[in-house]
Design a binder for this molecule. Structure first.
Ligand code: R5P
Length: 293
């Protein structure tokens, strides 16, 4: 691995903790205006200070993220199928590496669909993307997608997908948490991060899932809905961040969530809007008119 690629990876998986918090907001690429991500800028902006990196498509990046904000971008470059289409696994590379470089992307992301009708195409896409990415020192995140078959989220299937992704050269793999998660991490020679999946009933459930994944060896999260579909997204990402980097317990993380939620709920004092304030004082010149001449 060359210096540039290692440097880019270190912007995602932080060396101080060997972990990372990636905020996933790429859902629109096949789901359209996902609940609470209808106006991407509104969802993303308040969360940016608490994410190490941001995973999204070029469309949302260009339109909804301030280009002056220094956050590493993990650019989704695969797509081509929608939730109402025939087959979610029918993806191609939709954004070139040249474009990713123009957008100053730190990493490239694509989905692989092991066991699905377009398994072959998605794996060949991965191999080609790794070849191209490595040419420019850009790492590749492989997302082990399950399409609509959420029941596929078990250790046997996910270990198979993650291992295949690593064999094809992915530098980082994203998968779902499941029982026996150690099996996935131990058989995958590159760092594994977890997606949150559909919104869980409570924030505590999502924090517990995150904690369990980290305990089992996950290198962090690439989380979306369990953060921004919460009624309190900023307190939630702060709590997730504490789990990832400060290695707090679930109880401590939940306290962080609750404390920050209470702060958000506290009504802020209304600013004085009396139009007569501030009174513009009549300024007297210190110099007499005579001397001013
Ligand atoms: C799904 O394919 C997308 O790539 C999402 O980025 C991924 O599922 C993570 O988001 P969430 O935590 O909402 O599952």
């Amino acid at each position: 691995m060359d210096w540039g690629l290692k440097n880019r990876l270190a912007r995602i998986i932080k060396p101080h903790s060997d972990r990372g918090v990636m905020l996933a907001v790429d859902h629109g690429y096949f789901l359209g205006p996902t609940e609470r991500l209808e106006v991407p800028r509104k969802t993303i902006q308040p969360l940016l200070p608490y994410a190490d990196s941001l995973m999204l498509t070029r469309g949302v990046l260009r339109t909804s993220v301030d280009e002056r904000y220094p956050i590493p971008v993990v650019l989704r470059v695969s797509g081509g199928a929608s939730i109402i289409g025939k087959d979610l696994s029918n993806e191609k590379i939709t954004t070139s590496v040249k474009e990713a470089i123009r957008l100053n992307a730190t990493a490239l992301a694509l989905s692989i669909f092991v066991g699905a009708p377009y398994e072959h195409d998605s794996l060949v896409n991965l191999g080609k993307l790794v070849d191209e990415g490595e040419e420019y020192g850009i790492p590749v995140l492989a997302v082990t997608a399950v399409g609509k078959e959420l029941e596929k989220r078990d250790a046997r299937y996910l270990a198979l997908s993650c291992r295949i992704a690593a064999e094809f050269g992915a530098h980082l793999v994203k998968t779902y948490y499941c029982e026996n998660f150690e099996k996935i991490v131990n058989s995958c020679p590159v760092p594994v991060i977890i997606a949150g999946g559909p919104k869980l009933s409570t924030e505590l459930d999502a924090l517990q899932l995150t904690y369990d994944a980290l305990q089992a060896g996950a290198a962090g999260v690439d989380m979306g809905r369990n953060i921004w579909q919460s009624d309190y997204p900023v307190p939630m990402i702060k709590a997730v961040r504490a789990l990832v980097h400060q290695r707090v317990t679930v109880k401590e993380a939940h306290e962080i969530f609750t404390k920050n939620k209470e702060i958000e709920k506290t009504p802020k004092p209304t600013p004085i809007t009396n139009p007569s304030y501030p009174i513009k004082a009549k300024t007297k010149s210190t110099k007499s008119k005579k001397t001013a001449k």
